[in-house]
Design a protein around this ligand. Structure first.
Ligand code: GRF
Length: 195
């Protein structure tokens, strides 16, 4: 399967996906063929270049509406004959027509054990709530925010002296394990949602 990855930042999850799909021992039937960032100059773009994966910047600032922006995303993903899309730290909500078009072929990673803590600043929320564990979730994207069907979750402990940074780092390690696992399940048809 041909995979497009959408990013906005560091791209450590992108890196994990590139590494895992290129490791034949993992048997993931997927190749990352295109990376799109809505922000110029981010580290994730450099990672794509260094890995020899084509990348594009499509800045939301150049578009008058979310629908027009998403249409340009769609055009580029189709031109690259992308089958599956991974949102790897893509900090934008996608419009309903885009989500509908890619239903069952569009997945996102989120740094909490959904359905707990959708949205932003979730590590801080988990700490403040006194949770004993957190983790990450890879899920299908539907028209809500962080609400779609769950494919893979990985839990990590919250330790007594954790702060937002240390917890974020621990969750990131879990993400780098979970995202390739979820992509593997999607690419071989094990994870699917009824149409
Ligand atoms: C991850 O924590 C992911 O869960 C969230 O954005 C972050 C992206 O990190 N959606 P990176 O750019 O992959 O390093």
């Amino acid at each position: 399967k041909r995979v497009g990855v959408l990013i906005s930042g560091t791209g450590s999850n992108l890196q994990a996906l590139i590494d895992a799909t290129r490791d034949s021992a993992q048997g993931i039937h997927a190749d990352i063929v295109l990376v799109i960032s809505n922000k110029p100059g981010v580290l994730g773009l450099k990672r794509a270049t260094e890995a020899g994966v084509p990348s594009l910047v499509i800045s939301h600032k150049d578009f008058a509406s979310r629908e027009l922006y998403d249409a340009e995303l769609m055009r580029n993903l189709k031109a690259a004959r992308v089958d599956l899309i991974c949102l790897a730290g893509f900090m934008r909500v996608l419009s309903a027509p885009f989500v509908r078009e890619w239903r069952g072929r569009l997945i996102n990673i989120h740094p909490s054990l959904l359905p707990k803590y959708p949205g932003l600043h979730v590590q801080k929320q988990a700490l403040e709530a006194g949770e004993k564990e957190s983790g990450c979730t890879v899920h299908f994207v539907d028209e809500g925010v962080d609400t779609g069907a769950i494919i893979v979750q990985a839990a990590v402990p919250i330790l007594p002296d954790d702060d937002e940074d240390s917890l974020t780092q621990r969750i990131h390690k879990a993400e780098h394990w979970a995202f390739p696992r979820a992509l593997a399940l999607l690419a071989d048809g094990t994870a699917l949602i009824s149409q």
